[in-house]
Design a protein around this ligand. Structure first.
Ligand code: B1M
Length: 222
């Protein structure tokens, strides 16, 4: 139904065109397109396209940077819209989230954080290139229920294991749950490093966090 608009969204990211990304996001709101559909079927496929062109040598680092900037421009328009649509009022849990040390990819992590807060979680976003001790300090200071750790590189995903180990060494496990995600991350990896859960996307991360909070409530009652 909105195929032309979704195609224009994909193109805005492929072109790294910030103005077109902002304009198409505003158009989505005007025509009543669900912001999640805009993200999932418009902008994210645009980023995947840029990623595959980078792999095959047809695009270069500056192209990825422009694409990321365009994505962030679209998100700046869509984020308040996602928050507005949120039905939840009561706080469902506190989540500290960040991208592991050595890794500066933030779009997926931001999406997960946005979806969690739109779904009623209180989210403390530590940003990118986050050292394990910062995850530990923030979990303690914010009395976190869940720590979310994102990693986009095969070379940095080992940092997720370090975060799990650091939280345990600080005596915060198993009280503080750990969820992990990011393109190279798998369910098997999450199990191997002793994380409490893995999700392949932002919607799944909300379902996972909700399930973990229900489990914690059940354990507290029982
Ligand atoms: Co880079 N990059 N990048 N990059 N980049 C990838 C990841 C890559 C796959 C591209 C490729 O080669 N095809 C490749 C990684 C290869 C690998 O390790 N297997 C790569 C590389 C190699 C690099 C550099 C090393 C390039 C270089 O310098 N030579 C460099 C590393 C820098 C560093 O971090 N130290 C680099 C740099 C960059 C930019 C800075 C230019 C830019 C990031 C800008 C920014 O974020 N502000 C960038 C981008 C944009 C990408 C691609 C094109 C897009 C990533 C993205 O935002 N995807 C990416 C290719 C690709 O993924 N197709 C690529 C969209 C986003 C919505 O998806 O992040 O997967 P994603 O998040 C999803 C899920 O994974 C999940 O939910 C999200 C929403 O659905 N999820 C979670 C994510 N975190 C989660 C946490 C959870 C749960 C779910 O719980 C806590």
């Amino acid at each position: 139904m909105h195929e032309d608009l979704l195609a224009a969204m994909r193109q805005s990211i492929a072109d790294g065109d910030q103005d077109a990304a902002t304009a198409t996001a505003n158009q989505a709101i005007e025509v009543g397109l669900d912001p999640l559909v805009a993200i999932d079927e418009g902008y994210v496929p645009g980023l995947s396209y840029v990623g595959s062109c980078f792999s095959s040598g047809e695009m270069f680092l500056p192209d990825m940077m422009l694409a990321a900037r365009a994505m962030n421009a679209a998100m700046a328009v869509l984020k308040p819209e996602l928050a507005k649509r949120s039905q939840q009022r009561s706080v469902r849990g506190r989540v500290v989230i960040g991208t592991v040390k050595g890794d500066i990819h933030e779009i997926g992590k931001n999406l997960v954080g946005t979806m969690l807060s739109a779904s009623g979680f209180e989210v403390v976003d530590l940003g990118v290139d986050v050292a394990p001790e910062r995850f530990v300090d923030a979990a303690r200071e914010n009395n976190a229920d869940i720590v979310g750790v994102s990693a986009l590189l095969t070379t940095t995903m080992t940092g997720q294991r370090t975060v799990v180990e650091s939280l345990a060494a600080a005596g915060l496990r198993p009280g503080v749950k750990v969820i992990v995600g990011g393109a190279p991350v798998t369910r098997a990896w999450a199990a191997e490093i002793g994380a409490d859960g893995y999700s392949e996307d932002a919607v799944g991360a909300v379902a996972l966090a909700t399930k973990l909070m229900e489990g914690a409530a059940g354990a507290a009652q029982g």
